[in-house]
Ligand binder design. Structure first.
Ligand code: NAD
Length: 498
């Protein structure tokens, strides 16, 4: 069995004390074994990063950016291999993996602009012969902990920006699909990154807790489920670290009576079922305003869902693949069962999906549930599977109230032709990323990504301009070179220019 190890001080290394099986979700077969790092292994990675920091922070920013230019080139050159590695352990279809990689590469492109965005701010003559400027210094050793659902894109949200800003990084990817992430470390070395600047430790809670408690780690970025995000944020900040922890979601789409229904249906199918619904921005609830549009929506969705194809990740004709594990499949089915038991109507039922030849894969077919209400467990909790629930309301205000009352506030969308309604919605909705006729309003790399409420713990969003601020510390310097001929008196009042 192939073993997936760690990447420390520029080398692959293994610690065999504890290992865990890695599966191909399309077949249900074990494909590899991953080393689960001990605390000592994580400490080695932190020590490697700490040792590399003084030289890396002093490397001119243009040289750090050049490593990112080369890294981008290598990511493009190895795109097929990366997509294959993602598909084999995550299960997403190769065309979807290519989309994930491209969105990740855009973060590397943004990081290449570091000489521009790290320029700082300068004011001449803030006082007599006094100049003042702010500069953005790296923090030191920073850590990232990432989820299974974007094993390439989410790490690329973090480490290119952190590294280009002059930090050294320790990444703890998901233990469920670690191969593609580990491959990024090899490419970064090929791109010319000095050893120790980027390290990867595979593992579980032991590795995470070691990163959280080690005093050498200055900041932690986390992306994953909300209970773990909250734990990470509380622990990291209680040990004096800077932290941003992005959590789970329940993303609603409001379908207004005037919406272009045919386009809404196409758009919802991709946003609800793409990547098997395992996206934190997946649209999992359609809120139909008025029974007439609700009936038409459910009818058209039901018809179009019959044609959806799901199956093995390598078959480009498939629309989506399996979910990540057998346990997760059981959890998704449990949510469908509970919605039915609580009185909802399962219109299209994916619980018994088994594509021919892949009966042991972790498949759940596209599922549509109508007459869902806000007290149902399947509505309150994140399902993270190919399940679209429909809630019927009478007014747009009622739809917005539902969204504002939900504990999550990651993404949302309104489908309408009415500019006034759309403007009111974008202004008043309590959600961090909002679409108007755009189902997955994932900000591009030169904006920043984050939700509201229990979808994000911390003050700054991920990547883009907020990413640059998260991974740097502002220092403001005020400087004077007085003439040596001038003798000055003592001043006890607060200095002013009056
Ligand atoms: P997860 O929370 O189970 O795992 C995320 C990371 O935390 C992994 O590296 C895992 O090893 C680690 N971890 C798991 N349990 C831990 C524990 N008890 N203590 C310390 N570390 C622990 O999440 P997942 O299942 O890998 O990913 C899916 C979740 O991530 C969903 O909730 C999804 O909404 C969320 N997500 C959010 C965003 C976002 O940007 N808001 C993006 C992608 C995924």
């Amino acid at each position: 069995m192939d073993m997936i190890g760690h990447f420390i001080q520029g080398k692959l290394c293994y610690d065999y004390a504890r290992t865990q099986a890695v599966y191909n979700p399309s077949t249900g077969e074990q494909s590899k074994e991953v080393a689960i790092a001990s605390a000592e292994t994580v400490e080695q990675a932190i020590a490697a990063a700490q040792a590399a920091f003084p030289e890396w922070r002093d490397t001119p920013v243009i040289k750090r950016a050049r490593v990112m230019f080369k890294f981008k080139e290598l990511l493009e050159q190895h795109a097929d291999k990366i997509c294959e590695l993602i598909g084999a352990e995550h299960g997403k279809i190769v065309h979807d993996a290519a989309g994930e990689l491209q969105r990740g590469i855009e973060n590397v492109e943004y990081a290449c602009g570091a000489p521009e965005f790290l320029k700082g701010e300068f004011s001449k003559n803030v006082g007599p012969s006094i100049d003042s400027w702010s500069e953005f210094q790296p923090l030191g050793v920073v850590a990232g902990i990432t989820p299974f659902n974007f094993p390439v894109m989410v790490p690329l949200w973090m480490f290119p920006m952190a590294i280009v800003c002059g930090n050294c990084f320790v990444l703890k990817p998901s233990e469920k699909d670690p191969s593609s992430t580990l491959f990024l470390a090899e490419l970064l070395k090929q791109a010319g990154l000095p050893d120790g600047v980027f390290n990867v430790v595979n593992g579980d809670k032991v590795a995470v807790d070691t990163l959280l408690h080690d005093r050498r780690v200055q900041a932690v970025s986390f992306v994953g489920s909300t209970p773990i995000a909250e734990y990470i944020y509380q622990t990291a900040t209680s040990t004096g670290k800077r932290c941003q922890a992005l959590g789970g979601a329940k993303n609603h789409a409001i379908v207004m009576p005037d919406a272009d229904l045919e386009n809404v249906v196409s758009s919802l199918l991709g946003a609800a079922f793409g990547s098997s619904g395992e996206r934190c921005m997946a649209l999992s609830v359609a809120v139909a305003v008025g029974d007439e549009i609700a009936d038409a929506l459910v009818h058209q969705l039901g018809e179009r869902m019959q044609g959806l194809k799901y199956g093995h990740f390598a078959n480009k004709d498939n629309d989506f693949g399996p979910v990540i594990t057998a346990e997760h499949k059981a959890k998704v089915i449990g949510h469908i069962d509970s919605a039915e038991q609580q009185g909802a109507t399962v219109v299209v039922d994916g619980r018994h999906a088994a594509p021919e030849g892949y009966e042991n894969g972790y498949f759940v077919g596209a599922t549509l549930i109508d007459h869902v209400s806000s007290d149902m467990l399947s509505y309150k909790q994140e399902i993270f599977g190919p399940v679209l629930q429909v809630i019927r309301v009478a007014t747009m205000q009622e739809a917005m109230q539902l969204i504002n009352d939900h504990e999550y506030g990651n993404g949302t969308c309104i489908y309408t032709r009415d500019g006034e309604a759309a403007r009111y919605f974008t202004d008043h909705i309590q959600v961090g990323m909002v679409g108007v006729n755009v189902p997955l309003p994932v900000p591009v790399a030169y904006h920043s990504f984050g939700g509201w409420k229990r979808s994000l713990f911390g003050d700054l969003y991920a990547y883009g301009p907020d990413g640059a601020r998260f991974y740097t510390r502002r220092k403001t310097i005020t400087q004077r070179w007085p003439s040596s001929n001038v003798r000055e008196g003592v001043q006890f009042s607060m200095p002013t220019l009056n």
